[in-house]
Design a protein around this ligand. Sequence first.
Ligand code: C5P
Length: 224
Amino acid sequence: MEKFNIAIDGPAGAGKSTIARLVAKELDFIYVDTGAMYRAVTWKVLQEGLRPDQTEAMIALAGGMEIRLVPGENGQLVYVDGEDVTGVIRTPDVTGNVSRVSSIAEIRAVLTAKQQELAKSKGVVMDGRDIGSHVLPDAEVKIFLTASVRVRAERRYREMKEAQPDVDITLERLERDIAERDRMDQQREASPLVRADDAVLMDTTDMPIPQVVEAILELCKTQV
Ligand code: C5P
């Protein structure tokens, strides 16, 4: 099969990473989770103890760090300057700060260049917020995944409880946090979360994951 690129965008908890990973596996493509890259920068910013107003230092940090995404047994592993940060980039502290850090245009430029480099030889399924609209505007297949805030919060809640049964979080709190992250991602000036004009909209509120994967694979058939 000729190689092509697939861009999957959408708000938090729409199922992007699970779906993108499954599609990549089916096609034997490389999966790139761009949210993990923004999380990696945010983790480093917090590690360094930078204050929200230290934008220049954050930009320098993002420019100087090496982020590597490596396929692992149970999903993608993320390394920052050789250190495995796969788990620590998912903490509430990172999640609570990532939209602020990713609103900085210069940090987006650094990561966008890395993402474009990863997709250069095609055969990539990339998920994020601005992939179809900004990072890979020429991607052959573009999907915009969405679902109601309630359903997205319920999915995240189940995932979190499975990973850590005693986690101190309520569904209502998660729903509020997700809605706030959506708002910041949609309203930022630099490449906001938006559906590209040519992206196929899929609402996964009542759609099981295998059905969404099937629908995307069907769309990919037009590329063969
Ligand atoms: O996908 P995930 O929820 O891990 O993304 C975390 C955050 O990273 C998003 O809420 C958004 O602020 C930022 N992000 C972004 N552009 C992308 C991917 C993620 O701004 N392409």
